[in-house]
Ligand binder design. Structure first.
Ligand SMILES: Nc1ncnc2c1ncn2[C@@H]1O[C@H](COP(=O)(O)OP(=O)(O)O)[C@@H](O)[C@H]1O
Ligand SMILES: Cc1ncc(COP(=O)(O)OP(=O)(O)O)c(N)n1
Length: 301
């Protein structure tokens, strides 16, 4: 397959000025994407990363908050989960009034929230065979190993959400949790993708960030028949906090803008590769990936 390098423009937006920003007022409704996710007080991951990504991909961001975390680069120190009916209410309120062109999940916190999200999404026509594109990022833990849902959450994810997913985007820890398959080499990603697809999603995208001995960072997309490699360089930086969210929310933006799943996945990979390439130190440990590279320069006047 022809590769998409971080430096070649992918299908989709390529201007430095955010797509959709005309520099003035507009009566045109931009595409919209809904994130169903937790808040990261450090602003690197979670709904903060998703909204930032949506904006810089020319998409209006809608939010259903699932939890508030007390988080910085040292870890997740505390959290408070939002009641399930409030999470569901947020989804239904924005879907009914403003319209959702694509949706994604991040931290879902508990089995109760997962069940409420699945029911609300079904009522809103999100996910399923002919529904609004639905990206399920099965965020199980922070990069420091702090769990972002419990064992019952894993069961609920399998039962209620994976069968509704247009595309499932696990990292390699999440692959192990969901399938029991330990991926330590690129060649093992195909078996993992096959096992994951049996859990119900239409597409699977296995992320390769954790294969740190691999000189490249090649994610794998699988549609049940065809494997598509999403190649890219492995950038030599310790600052990758929020990479998973940036990838999934750029992919969601692509879907909201009407791209095919294949093109949106390529766009997501291109976006996150640049986000990692421009990441920066902040705090004592792992710093955030960047969205600044997508923001327009300030005008001269
Ligand atoms: N050092 C890196 N250089 C380039 N891309 C990276 C790097 N680390 C992660 N990525 C990309 O960021 C995305 C998230 O990767 P991964 O670390 O596997 O997931 P998560 O952030 O959910 O743990 C993937 O698309 C992966 O290819
Ligand atoms: C509130 C919240 N949501 C998600 C994460 C994990 O973010 P993600 O981008 O998937 O993972 P890292 O790349 O940061 O490992 C989080 N930490 N907090």
């Amino acid at each position: 397959m022809a590769g998409t390098s971080a430096h070649n423009a992918p299908p989709g937006p390529k201007a430095r000025r955010p797509v959709g920003d005309t520099g003035g007022m507009s009566d045109t409704r931009p595409p919209s994407a809904l994130t169903i996710a937790g808040s990261d007080s450090g602003g690197a991951a979670g709904l903060e990363a998703d909204l930032r990504t949506f904006l810089t991909c020319g998409v209006h961001g809608l939010v259903a908050v699932t939890a508030v975390t007390v988080q910085n680069t040292l870890g997740v120190h505390d959290r408070s989960d939002i009641p399930p009916h409030i999470v569901a209410g947020q989804i239904e309120a924005v879907a009914a009034d403003m319209g959702v062109d694509a949706a994604k999940t991040g931290m879902l916190a508990s089995a109760g929230i997962i069940e409420a999200v699945a029911e609300a999404c079904e009522r809103a026509g999100i996910g399923g065979a002919a529904g609004i594109p639905f990206v399920v990022d099965p965020v199980a833990a922070s990069m420091h190993g702090h769990p972002l849902f419990d064992h019952a959450g894993l069961d609920a994810l399998r039962r209620f959400l994976l069968p509704m997913a247009t595309i499932l985007t696990p990292n390699l820890d999440e692959v192990r949790l969901l399938t029991g398959i330990e991926v330590t080499r690129r060649s093992q990603m195909r078996d993992a993708a096959v096992a994951l697809r049996e859990l119900g999603p239409t597409y699977v995208l296995v992320k390769s960030g954790h294969l740190t001995d691999d000189p490249e960072c090649v994610d794998l997309l699988f549609d049940g028949t065809v494997f598509t490699e999403l190649p890219g360089p492995r950038h030599d930086t310790p600052h990758t906090h929020g990479a998973g969210d940036a990838m999934a929310s750029a992919l969601t933006s692509g879907l909201a803008r009407g791209m095919s799943v294949q093109d949106a996945a390529r766009f997501g990979k291109w976006y996150v590769s640049n986000a990692v390439r421009h990441s920066y130190p902040m705090g004592a440990k792992v710093g955030p990936v960047s969205a600044f590279w997508r923001v327009a320069e300030e005008p001269e006047d």
